[in-house]
Write a protein of this length. Structure first.
Lengths: 576, 281
């Protein structure tokens, strides 16, 4: 169990990074060049300043693998030695960038108030300053000092990082575990370094690798201008400058000196891109919807002792439904051959705890399974038509028009940018079309149907201006827009206060009688089941353990698990 | 004020500042929690019940009123004084998925109050953490795992172990079971009751669920819009509420018995329509 959990975590940023071949190649290149440069004195065949004027500007040869420059110095050796100053400069720049950016960002984000405003002002100023101009001015004072220029550049560029770190801290600071640490008596410093900083690694690494590329470009640019490294000491930028002078005689010289800068800059950028992609949460669902209907396991109803099935032809009939999840080649069955019916005008509770498969059952019926989920066997027949064999187009004709869905999180179901009216009318237009006026009239009627007082004003409001109960009523109105015969209500009242819950349950009961609607009510709350359901199906770990009318179920629960559920449910009733 | 009271809250008011506006989340709230007692703060969302808990442990600033913990006024305690209070008051949060740092191991999480609050070395803390896990009925081999490896109920046990690590006299339980399944909820409530007997702690139990309170708390404080509307023993409040809001709360809570629930519903709807016709008249 622990391995599975840890695995999920570890695969995090690092794992996803190493699944990107291009990023990995870039990282290897950057590391190889860095190592070669570090051990230049061991690898380089010649000292960097050794001149041999008889052999100036020669092409690559066995003695000089990358040729020689205008003074006959070995280009390969000079690239290696020159890389030391260049990369050390980049390192110094990056170090200043990170130290200033992270510390100021952390302090601003964590302490807030005046501290935050002051530091944010500094960050904005840094962003507005022309970095290169100031670096050149610094170089006028500290003549040809690589480190002075890179320290200046690192500090001047840190404004962006300050902002990124500050924003991340602001969100991590609100995490409950930070509040828990405060209550545990942890000091601010401990909270910052133990709880907040680890959450910042990914964004910092991304910023850092991108900055390293910029830093290298600036550093070599300064070398090219001859203002940072004093000749004859080698530097990559200086060598490009040399090569530009003798471009006509020895073009290869420019290829090699410019090429290594190109490779390193590109390498930093690709690594940064890779880190950013890896850090982006919620990968795009590139897995195609895989739904396979196995032909094995012919239906065998006789082995279903607790199946919630009856004889006459029902509105909706689920038979031997088996659903599982596929990941990394493993298949985990989650729903084990469940069967039940739903009659017209009936409210059936699908009861279970988390992981029982109750929500999965609802999503299967409406064709909204996760791409990794697969239906193995079974059928879900709506008046004889098997929903599982419909293609996406066929399912679209069912969704909303014949089966509606109300989910647990009403706020997520609505777009905060649009008014209730926009969203409700959009749905109505999709189902029936019509003029704006007629759509609006029908929207008002729907809101009245869900017992919202003053529907006109609700239409003009955005979701965040409404209370939780009102939003859930709007969501129910949207589910009713296509006039479905079946409503799948997935924990529709779990996020609501009890007094509001009672009102929403009253509404659903009323819809059942006025519209003859059937409701599949997914819930974990046995009190709610007792209140609203006609029948209940109890699911435990993907199996139906008991199905009965609610009166029977509560009066004489047959299965041990049902008894345990009832006993665990807190109740206001006197203990009997 | 009783000498045995672990917590005394008097005239508490808490303001929230949003941009230029201030809104009062809690006003004029007063109650006591005696040693070894469980007092429930009950209310719906926006009633200010969680704000009161946060104010007691210093997570939100107090606008007016007094909070007295074990006879000491901690209303304006500084950061340093707050940290020294960690041994007296602890908190269990609603969401065990958020309250445990996903990057730390169980051992590191449990060691935090011991090292930060008590100043123990990591080595000294290690032996205590084994004992803590035993107390909350988790096997010692979970020590090196991270929160991601545990179910909601197990996580809440870890959070409880962290809260009792310093043997506080008071634990603020902020909806500790509302994110859990019913069977898990029952087990966690049993665990809290068991620990209370062993360590003689008081609980300030914050919840929206009167049914949970009925068996678990001795006294109940009902809140609406940041004010106390009713206080009493839990059987008094649950069986014979006096305040109309409390009555509505009790009436709206469904009970797991369809026959009785039908009667309750009829009574509630009857009362509702009577109230409506009363208004229209």
């Amino acid at each position: 169990m622990s391995n599975a959990g840890d695995g999920v975590r570890n695969i995090g940023v690092v794992g996803r990074f190493f699944r990107q071949p291009v990023s990995v190649i870039a990282l290897i290149l950057v590391l190889l060049i860095t190592i070669a440069v570090t051990f230049a004195s061991a690898i380089a065949p010649f000292p960097p300043l050794l001149q041999d004027l008889y052999r100036s500007l020669q092409g690559p040869s066995s003695a000089h693998p990358l040729g020689t420059d205008s003074l006959g110095r070995d280009v390969f050796s000079r690239l290696l030695y020159g890389g030391q100053t260049t990369l050390l400069g980049v390192l110094v720049g990056c170090a200043c960038f990170v130290v200033v950016g992270v510390i100021l960002g952390l302090v601003a984000g964590y302490f807030g108030g005046l501290t935050d405003r002051t530091i944010s002002g500094v960050a904005d100023t840094l962003l507005a300053l022309p970095g290169i101009v100031i670096v050149l001015a610094v170089l006028a004072i500290f003549s040809q000092s690589v480190y002075a220029s890179m320290i200046t550049f690192g500090v001047l560029s840190s404004g962006g990082l300050i902002r990124v770190v500050r924003a991340t801290v602001l969100s991590v600071r609100e995490e409950l575990y930070v509040a828990a640490a405060r209550v545990s008596g942890a000091t601010p410093a401990r909270i910052l370094f133990r709880h907040i900083l680890p959450g910042l690694y990914a964004p910092i690494m991304v910023q850092l690798s991108l900055f390293a590329g910029i830093c290298l470009a600036v550093q070599t640019g300064l070398g090219f201008l001859g203002v940072s490294t004093p000749p004859p000491a080698p530097s990559w930028g200086g060598m490009v400058g040399d090569a530009a002078v003798s471009l006509a005689q020895a073009p290869y010289y420019l290829y090699f000196s410019g090429g290594i800068i190109f490779i390193m800059t590109l390498g930093f950028a690709v690594v940064g891109d890779g880190l950013r992609d890896a850090a982006a949460v919620g990968s795009s669902g590139d897995n195609p919807l895989r739904r396979r209907l196995g032909l094995k396991g012919k239906s065998d109803q006789s082995v279903e002792p607790f199946a919630g099935k009856r004889e006459d032809s029902p509105l909706l009939s689920v038979e031997n439904l088996t659903v599982g999840f596929r990941s990394n080649g493993n298949f985990a069955e989650v729903l084990h051959s469940i069967s039940f019916d739903l009659e017209r005008g009936e409210i059936v509770g699908l009861v279970g705890e988390s992981g029982s498969g109750k929500t999965l059952t609802g999503l299967t019926l409406i064709g909204l399974l996760d791409p990794d989920a697969e239906v193995m066997t079974g059928s879900c027949k709506l008046e004889g038509e098997d929903l599982l064999r419909l293609d996406e187009r066929g399912m679209t004709a069912i969704r909303g028009r014949r089966i509606g869905l109300v989910s647990q999180e009403p706020m997520v179901a609505l777009d905060p940018l649009f008014t209730v009216g926009d969203q409700l009318m959009e749905v109505l237009r999709h189902f029936t079309g019509g003029t704006r006026k007629s759509l609006r009239d029908r929207a008002v009627r729907l809101l009245r149907d869900v017992r919202l007082t003053d529907p006109e004003s609700v239409l003009a409001k955005r979701p965040y201006e409404l209370s939780g109960g009102m939003i859930q009523r709007v969501v129910i109105a949207m589910a009713l827009a296509g006039d479905p015969e079946i409503l799948i209500a997935d924990e529709p009242t779990t996020a609501l206060d009890v007094t509001v819950q009672a009102g929403v349950l009253d509404l659903l009961r009323e819809l059942k009688s006025t519209r003859e609607m059937s409701i599949l009510f997914v819930t974990h709350d046995l009190g709610v089941v007792a209140d609203i359901c006609d029948r209940a199906i109890v699911l435990e770990a993907g199996r139906i353990v008991e199905a009965a009318s609610v009166d029977e179920l509560f009066a004489a629960p047959k299965h041990e698990y049902t008894r345990r559920l009832i006993a665990s449910t807190p109740s206001l009733l006197e203990e009997s | 004020m009783n000498k045995a009271d672990v917590l005394v809250v008097e005239g508490l008011a808490v303001d929230y500042k949003l941009r230029r506006q201030t809104s009062r989340a809690v006003s004029d709230v007063g109650f006591q929690v005696a040693a070894g007692e469980t007092v429930a703060l009950v209310g719906e969302s926006g009633s200010g019940k969680s704000t009161i808990g946060n104010a007691v442990v210093g997570l939100v600033p107090i606008t007016a009123g007094r909070v007295i913990l074990n006879g000491k006024d901690i209303t304006r305690a500084t950061g340093r004084q707050r940290r020294s209070l960690a041994g007296q008051v602890q908190m269990i949060f609603q969401n065990p998925y958020g309250s445990l740092n996903p990057a730390l191991t169980v051992e590191q999480i449990l060691a935090e109050p011991l090292t930060a609050g008590l100043g123990l070395s990591l080595r000294e803390a290690a032996s205590r953490t084994v004992e803590l896990l035993e107390r909350v009925h988790l096997p010692a081999d979970v020590m090196k795992r991270r929160p991601g490896a545990f179910s909601g109920g197990q996580r809440q046990r870890i959070a409880i172990a962290r809260a009792v690590a310093l043997r506080p006299s008071l634990i603020i339980c902020d909806e500790p079971t509302s994110a859990l399944d019913v069977t898990t909820q029952a087990a966690v409530l049993d665990l809290l009751a068991e620990l209370q007997r062993e360590i003689n702690m008081s609980y300030l139990f914050i919840t929206h669920d009167l049914a949970v309170v009925k068996s678990f708390a001795s006294r109940v404080v009902v809140l609406q819009h940041g004010r106390i509307v009713e206080t009493g023993t839990s059987s008094q409040v649950c069986n014979a509420p006096i305040n109309p809001y409390t009555q509505a709360l009790v009436a709206a809570a469904p009970v797991p018995d369809p026959v009785i629930q039908r009667q309750r519903r009829a009574a509630r709807l009857g009362a509702l329509s009577m109230a409506e016709s009363g208004v229209s008249n």
